[in-house]
Design a protein around this ligand. Structure first.
Ligand SMILES: Nc1ncnc2c1ncn2[C@@H]1O[C@H](COP(=O)(O)OP(=O)(O)OP(=O)(O)O)[C@@H](O)[C@H]1O
Length: 244
């Protein structure tokens, strides 16, 4: 149980205990991993290539059936996932992609509202191929958030975008998360992206949590001294020289 500022306790949105996962007999990818994420908390997950970030995310998303029985996982009922590619259905218009599988007479209105929130008002009838990469990721975010998830899992969602679009998407994701308050687990290779966006940064190494730091910066500007200090700490843990 996590204590909140008022001393009350709230159940975590995500609880992982002793999670193990291996794909062959040579050794584990996840090696007894423990992790809690509080409701509404934004956690960025970083780590060297191959340390099990996507494996963890897939386990939380319920996309890895074979992981069951190798630890305990508890996640909320409503979970949405965003990947590096938008995974929009090419044969459906944008609004139909966003509302796909939604029930109820207000599904169309909710879809339009979600598209407006991500800056795609007026593009409801466009086909996915008519949107830029950044716009497709906006549509993917709308499709996730229209379901009002209690947990949003994002695996390198901005990895394929150019630097400027990425910065715009950071501002958008922060705005959306402040409005909808899902718990978030964002896998990223970009340490700056982790610090800009997250309440907490977790670094995985060899399938367990190596570092778990709270981002308590009044100023999230990359030129801020606190930002630079946290960046060097994380780069150091990753085994990368900060000035490399
Ligand atoms: N379905 C699978 N079958 C076999 N091996 C797998 C499978 N999924 C992942 N692995 C292996 O598990 C290890 C961890 O993979 P994972 O994708 O979780 O790493 P990652 O930390 O997300 O890496 P990256 O940062 O490069 O995306 C890798 O060695 C990978 O080859």
């Amino acid at each position: 149980m996590a204590a909140d500022a008022g001393g009350l306790t709230t159940a975590p949105a995500v609880r992982v205990r002793g999670l193990h996962r291996s794909f062959n007999k040579d050794g584990g990818v996840l090696n007894g991993l423990d992790l809690d994420i509080a409701p509404g908390e934004f956690v960025a997950l970083i780590g060297r290539s191959g340390t099990g970030k996507s494996t963890l995310l897939r386990a939380l998303a319920g996309l890895d059936r074979d992981v069951s029985g190798h630890g305990r996982i508890s996640v909320p009922e409503q979970v949405s996932v965003v990947f590096q590619d938008s995974r929009l259905l090419p044969w459906k218009r944008i609004l139909d992609n966003v509302t796909f599988g939604l029930r109820g007479p207000d599904a169309g209105d909710r879809g339009r509202q979600a598209l407006a929130e991500v800056g795609l008002a007026g593009r409801e009838r466009a086909w996915p191929y008519e949107l830029s990469g950044g716009e497709q990721q906006r549509a993917a975010l709308a499709r996730s958030l229209v379901r009002e998830p209690q947990l949003l899992l994002a695996d390198e969602p901005f990895g394929a975008l150019d630097a400027l679009t990425r910065i715009r998407m950071h501002a958008l994701l922060r705005k959306l998360c402040e409005a909808h308050r899902p718990a978030v687990l964002l896998v990223t290779h970009d340490v700056d992206e982790a610090i800009v966006l997250a309440d907490r940064v977790i670094l995985l190494d060899a399938g367990v949590v190596d570092t778990d730091v709270r981002v308590e910066l009044a100023n999230r500007s990359r030129s801020d001294a606190g930002f630079a200090a946290l960046r060097s700490l994380l780069l150091d843990r990753l085994g990368v020289a900060a000035d490399a």
